[in-house]
Design a protein around this ligand. Structure first.
Ligand SMILES: NC(=O)c1ccc[n+]([C@@H]2O[C@H](COP(=O)([O-])OP(=O)(O)OC[C@H]3O[C@@H](n4cnc5c(N)ncnc54)[C@H](O)[C@@H]3O)[C@@H](O)[C@H]2O)c1
Length: 355
């Protein structure tokens, strides 16, 4: 597709601001932020005026009135299915923020709607697009540590996430669905698909409804094992929010990503350290810039994939595998056993769960 793509953003809340800035910054590469929409008319108007585009308080009206190529859905997960189905029914390329939807069945329904419409579908899973994660992936691909056989991937913070996202207090699922999902996606990105997962959850903050801490243990199909951790209740200082820290070991060496996006690689007995950080952009701010840069990285990847007419790395089908890990982690915690993630097989009458 050799032309600029007209993008409509649905949902202009807290995190959508990063999408709006990213699409604006990607104008030279062919992204045209064409319209915005939020059921909260004041938020729609603020975004429309800031980015100088038409604004709507009804997504259906925006899709009807604007000749869009892409719908970028940045609402919370309970609205993802109806909004995605509406956009896909019009044949629009559709991007859905994580978590993909409220249930496994809703995620499958969105993927099937894309198949039916023959439309391009992505899930905005952005952590793997952060500069340090791309740097780690590059080292793995170089073969410097051999095939990864063990990893520890962790997101541990006490940063007040409830201030910017007060709805977190009442979520029925919190740490795994909100941030553990990124850690689980990274475990797939670095170590491949998962055979089974066990999980312990904790609610350490008495003021919230769901879990704020999860400790997960994964056996990957390759035989690799990973420990995947997330918490919003760490009191450790310094607090490295919103950085993901990790260690990945292989037969020839190891990769260690420490605070400040400092990556140390050991290969065949030699060790070196690289700066894997990204520069501040005009609209990014410390300490959020690590995460914000992942958004523009993801948006840039989606734009490029669409222009080349290929599926994105985090297609709907790909993201079902990450969502299945989230679902399996919750089941593992409540059933106190290791659980195999569900798998989706296109066309299976049982909705994809393995017999
Ligand atoms: N990838 C990440 O790193 C990351 C970080 C934060 C949030 N998120 C995700 O972004 C999504 C939004 O989270 P948030 O914190 O910005 O929430 P938010 O509540 O601040 O914003 C959501 C907005 O959607 C609007 N909205 C709801 N229904 C709508 C509809 N039918 N049509 C148009 N607008 C509608 C709301 O009025 C609200 O302004 C969630 O899925 C969340 O998990 C992702």
């Amino acid at each position: 597709m050799d032309r600029s793509l007209r993008i409509g953003v649905i949902g202009c809340g807290f995190f959508a601001q990063n999408h709006l800035h990213s699409w604006s910054d990607l104008a030279e590469k062919g992204a045209q932020l064409a319209a915005v929409c939020d059921v909260d008319a004041a938020k729609a108007r603020a975004a429309g005026e800031t980015f100088r585009v038409p604004y709507y308080s009804d997504a259906a009206k925006m899709l009807e009135a604007e000749r869009l190529d892409v719908a970028d859905i940045v609402t919370r997960r309970d609205t993802h299915r109806p909004l995605a189905e509406m956009a896909l029914a019009r044949g629009l390329a559709t991007i859905v923020q994580k978590p993909f939807a409220s249930t496994w069945e809703d995620c499958i329904a969105i993927v099937e709607a894309a198949h039916k419409a023959n439309a391009w579908l992505a899930v905005h899973e952005n952590f793997r697009f952060q500069a340090p994660m791309r740097a780690v992936r590059k080292v793995i691909d170089s073969g410097a540590i051999g095939t990864p056989s063990w990893a520890r991937i962790r997101f541990r913070t006490g940063f007040d996430v409830y201030k910017t996202q007060p709805y977190f207090y009442d979520e029925e699922q919190l740490a795994i669905a909100d941030v553990g999902i990124h850690m689980l996606d990274l475990s797939r990105f670095f170590l491949g698909e998962v055979e089974h997962i066990s999980c312990e959850t904790q609610k350490r903050n008495p003021r919230i409804r769901a879990e704020d801490t999860a400790t997960m243990l994964l056996r990957h199909q390759s035989g690799a094992v990973s420990v995947v951790e997330c918490t919003y209740e760490s009191r450790r200082l310094p607090d490295h929010f919103p950085e993901t820290l990790l260690v990945i070991e292989g037969p020839r060496g190891a990769i260690s990503l420490e605070a400040g996006c400092s990556m140390t690689v050991t290969s065949d007995g030699a060790t070196w350290t690289e700066d894997a950080s990204s520069p501040l952009l005009s609209w990014t701010a410390y300490p959020w810039h690590v995460a914000q840069q992942g958004v523009i990285g993801a948006c840039g990847h989606f734009l490029d994939s669409l222009q080349r007419g290929v599926p994105p790395e985090t297609s709907g089908e790909d993201n079902l595998k990450t969502y299945a890990l989230v679902d399996a982690a919750y089941r593992a915690a409540s059933e106190r056993r290791a659980v195999e993630p569900k798998r989706w097989n296109h066309g299976l009458a049982n909705g994809g769960e393995r017999p």
